[in-house]
Design a protein around this ligand. Structure first.
Ligand SMILES: [Zn+2]
Ligand SMILES: [Zn+2]
Length: 282
């Protein structure tokens, strides 16, 4: 069974059309493919689906699902950015689009004292958000200095607080890369095994456990050469296994060839006898 539920396309920052992603999946014997474009945001940016094209994205995926129904199970989802002051309620997107599942992810972090301003001035959001993803660590460094005065612990705590609030209030189908804050850290400001950091990770893990969300095992950092571990990290997955948290492997594909870049995740989960592996959504 070949499946992937974390898939981008040219509707957001992906490199191929939804149809091209489907063609590749079919050529590689996938049985299930879920699309999860970056959710629209109310300010100019280069990565999310434009508000005006959101319904077109949904219709396009639905049409492909129908066209290929006898060959592959295609699902309509969205990777929704939970951003205090900008996007705190997934319901309108779910209802307007008729989404079948959601991935809840944090890429953008406002300092708490900027949230009210952000709420009233969404078009200026770019200046008030710490961007922790993307190809360039310099943007991470710049935001950390400018928005958090270089206080890495405070900034990281905001990242996890934001994850926790999203998990508790929105209950996404799948929790996306909840420790990705380590990627651009590149072992410079802190190490994963420092107690304060590990505590924040475990607190979020506990919340995922209590809410019953599925957690993804995201392989993108490895095949992009930006990180040497999955999101969440191998050690965190070992801990999650003791709690029986369901996990699903996802490649976070932005191009067709990314779809098969599972980077040994299934084999690793087998090695640690991971008990609760989800391969397809109901
Ligand atoms: Zn993401
Ligand atoms: Zn993604």
């Amino acid at each position: 069974m070949h499946s992937n539920y974390h898939t981008h396309s040219t509707y957001c920052d992906g490199k191929a059309s939804p149809r091209q992603m489907v063609d590749f999946a079919l050529a590689h014997s996938f049985t299930h493919l879920g699309f999860s474009g970056h959710s629209p945001l109310p300010y100019r940016n280069t990565f999310s689906i434009h508000e005006d094209r959101y319904l077109e994205y949904c219709d396009t995926v639905r049409a492909l699902a129908q066209e290929f129904a006898d060959r592959i199970d295609i699902r309509l989802g969205l990777e929704i950015d939970y951003v205090p002051g900008l996007c705190e309620d997934f319901t309108p997107l779910v209802e307007q689009g008729g989404l079948q599942y959601t991935i809840g992810s944090i890429h953008l972090i406002p300092p708490p004292d900027h949230v009210e301003y952000l709420r009233d001035h969404p078009s200026e959001a770019a200046e008030h958000l710490w961007m922790i993803d993307g190809p360039h660590y310099q943007i991470y460094d710049e935001g950390l200095q400018r928005l958090f005065g270089g206080d890495i612990r405070r900034a990281v705590r905001c990242f996890f607080d934001q994850n926790n609030r999203m998990i508790e209030s929105q209950r996404p189908t799948i929790v996306g890369h909840f420790d990705k804050i380590v990627m651009h850290n590149r072992d410079r400001y802190f190490h994963y095994d420092e107690p304060w950091f590990r505590d924040l990770v475990y607190e979020t893990v506990q919340l995922i456990h209590e809410t019953g969300c599925i957690c993804e095992v995201n392989t993108r950092g490895i095949y992009k050469g930006r990180h040497n571990d999955y999101y969440p990290a191998r050690d965190t997955l070992r801990h999650m296994n003791t709690l029986g948290i369901p996990v699903i492997v996802s490649t976070d594909a932005h191009a067709p060839e990314d779809l098969v870049r599972t980077e040994g995740a299934e084999e690793f989960l087998a090695t640690i006898h991971y008990r609760n592996i989800v391969t397809t959504l109901p």
